[in-house]
Design a binder for this molecule. Sequence first.
Ligand code: NAP
Length: 304
Amino acid sequence: MTDVLIIGAGPAGLAAAIYVQRAGKKALLLEEYSYGGQIINTPEIENYPGIAKISGFDFATNLYQQAINLGAELVFEKAVEIEDKNDKKIVKGSQGNLYEAKAVIIATGAKNRHLGINKEEELIGRGISYCATCDGAFFKGKDVAVNGGGNTALSDALFLSDYCNKVYLIHRRDEFRGEAGNLEALRKKDNVEFILNSSVSSLLGEEKLEGLELTHKLTGEKRQIKVSGLFVAIGQEPANEDFKNVTDLDKAGYIFAGEDMRTKTAGIFTAGDCRTKEVRQLTTAASDGAVAALMACEYCNKNA
Ligand code: NAP
């Protein structure tokens, strides 16, 4: 039996693990893929207080090392079910293992949203990517497109513009959600073309991506552009369906929780991008993790 089982080893989960260990309790992290969550794919982080500039990979690795050095344990297995037995929680893993904990923190983050258009799934790895840092190098000297208007799209387009021949930035509106600083930097690039009020309506090419058909949102006009890569950066969606027996989910699938990170089940907390909140940032994920950890430790003490 562990004290606090944390589902997800992204910034929220790892921050929680650090706080649990420093509170003298035992943290066990369950992670499906790799530590670090989405931030591991961010080329540069420049808005984390106290760190002027760091790559997402280095940030995630530092966070992971800090948690492990403090004694947290990480197991690679997807959590697929939580059973509430009042005095203890039983978490079932995808490989059939059962984990017992006094308290649980759900910090599953969110997954990349797909466009949901024809051939998208078939062309993943053959021109379609959801991660510029991971796959950008394959497109050196080529023409590529980035779809989206948030910080991910802007930083991906900036990153790609350094070594791709041309970068089209396609966005469905004419205003961006992403930071003005990134937008300004992009506007100064000679090889970046903005295509606004437009959506990707078709993917061209059979064996690999060869181009895109774009539809203008206001006029309905269609045009085609030739690209060998499309980086889809249209936001994330939560993946909390497995935990809806012990939590309440909003319409979009986020776990209802306030600033105390409590879910509807005593002893089950949540943290980071997977919960209902206004601002999803690295700083707010880390903050959620700290709060959830302290609340979970308090719960463990009261129910010892
Ligand atoms: P986001 O902020 O949710 O932006 C998603 C973008 O995709 C929006 O511009 C949205 O358009 C567009 N979009 C959504 N669904 C679409 C669809 N079906 N078709 C076409 N376009 C669609 O997502 P994000 O950029 O991944 O960022 C997520 C969070 O992480 C944000 O809080 C962001 O600030 C943060 N982040 C931070 C950093 C950093 O701090 N360094 C880096 C990356 C991300 P509309 O604007 O029209 O809704």
